[in-house]
Design a protein. Sequence first.
Length: 313
Amino acid sequence: MFEEKYDFYSPSNVRLKDLDRELKSSLTVMNKLDDMTKQHCLNVSNLCTRICQYMRENNQFTIHCMIAGYVHDVGKMYIPREILAKPGKLTDEEFEIMKTHTTLGYEYCMNDPNLRPYHDGPWYHHESLNGTGYPRGLRGKNAIPYSAQIIRVADEYDALVTKRHYTTHVNISETLKDLIKDAQPPKPVVALDILKQNERLGKINPKPLRALFKAVISDINYEISCVMNYTRYLESEIDRLMSIQRYAQKRDESRRPDRKDYYAAGMKVLLKSGETIYNYQQILQEYRNALVVRNKRIEDLKKEIRIVKRLRV
């Protein structure tokens, strides 16, 4: 049976294989990371590349962001496994240890001449424009490299996507709404009970966020195309099984044994592996049910695009 497959992000633009030999050798350090963290780094690198492309940045800067985004979490190879993989909320002490991955990653890059130009990924990706980030609490666009502002957007988006265990882009607008909150300028605090909420505002640069929106819409369209390919497969299978059903009807209506044998043979020719003249109707109903589900998903994805387009950054 044909399987419906698609990557949550549209096909990656990361082209690490095109880099020079020495840099590629240095980047093998990423293999020391756990699988989840390494995949996250690949996702962030991909998103950085696409954000740069949508902002029409030059090729040199785009490649820089791609590599800096890839190594942004390299310092996590020094974080104890029990903290890195802890399923629940970290304690204050554990979080302080986790935060050191920025400094540790920076130091690792600075000690490797090939990775030194990309130290901005590890060093700055948790800094916030409103000064609430770490490790140094930098404030303002001039204090934080533009590359790191792009990485921050890609990193936060992928972290939210992973946290919510998305398998489809349906409801992805909820993640984008959270990012928009981080991109808004700080509002006046009118009551102590909303102080925490306002602390979150003004963390990220809206410009790369707008580019991310374009990438997300592209990804949703990519998912729609994948689902539509699968619906076409389902429709063809339904047509085939309907032909078997028509042969079965003619076989049952025929009085001549030779005609019954003719229609029965026609049915067997159309059957695929795992199908029999006894279970094809059940399979037909399963395909019909699957088609209803996929068509509903396509409509939901189209609705999601409309929601995303209405969001304002």
